[in-house]
Design a protein around this ligand. Structure first.
Ligand SMILES: CC(C)(COP(=O)(O)OP(=O)(O)OC[C@H]1O[C@@H](n2cnc3c(N)ncnc32)[C@H](O)[C@@H]1OP(=O)(O)O)[C@@H](O)C(=O)NCCC(=O)NCCS
Length: 176
């Protein structure tokens, strides 16, 4: 496997983030784990918003503080994925959303990158003191379920999410 780095978005990656966003939009893909990227035409503003969201005093009331990461392939400096770690669970997250969301650029899928990106994000979660992580995926999202199971996810239950009218599978991952 090639080398990757999991880092916070910065102005060095404005072009890369814009390309990543365009690729997801063109493919009509969901953009889990990218925060407000879908509606963020201005990438500088997006980056600033991501960095602010890490601090509880700057977090909007309906959200929890979160750390946004980009997953960069070292050989060509390309952003192949994004993953977001929510620092704690509010009502919505503890039922439906979980601690972590992620996505991989459509052209980079099925290469094992999501498995690796989640592994690295879990190492970060452990480093900042989490003992277990809650993750959910649509019950139809076989790829995401495989990513979670490959990272020691233990199936907990399914739940119906009434707003989106979808069924989610819920998993826990022990970090200790
Ligand atoms: C889900 C997603 C992150 C998977 O990324 P990926 O980099 O392709 O995943 P990986 O290459 O690590 O593959 C994981 C497993 O899923 C399988 N897989 C990948 N895409 C698949 C698909 N479309 N259908 C069925 N299986 C698939 C892989 O073959 C692999 O299987 P294996 O464990 O038997 O080898 C990616 O499809 C994506 O970004 N989807 C949109 C956003 C999303 O759904 N995020 C998750 C929200 S919970």
């Amino acid at each position: 496997m090639e080398d990757f780095i999991l880092i916070r978005p910065s102005f060095d990656y404005i072009k890369g983030i814009s390309k990543f966003r365009n690729e997801l939009l063109s493919a009509n893909s969901s953009m889990d784990g990218t925060g407000s990227l879908r509606r963020s035409k201005y990438i500088r503003t997006y980056i600033k918003r991501c960095l602010k969201l890490e601090q509880i005093e700057h977090t909007p009331k309906n959200l929890v503080p979160a750390t946004q990461f980009i997953f960069v392939r070292v050989s060509d400096n390309k952003i192949v994925g994004m993953i977001q770690f929510r620092h704690f669970l509010n009502d919505y997250l503890s039922n439906y959303g979980g601690h972590i969301g992620y996505c991989i650029a459509p052209s980079e899928r099925k290469k094992g990158y999501a498995k690796l990106m989640l592994k690295e994000a879990l190492a970060y979660c452990k480093q900042v003191g989490l003992e277990k992580v809650f993750i959910t995926c649509l019950d139809t999202n076989i790829a995401s379920e495989k990513v979670i199971l490959a990272n020691n996810g233990k199936f907990d239950s399914t739940i119906f999410e009434p707003n989106r009218k979808v069924t989610l599978k819920r998993f826990w991952i022990d970090l200790i």
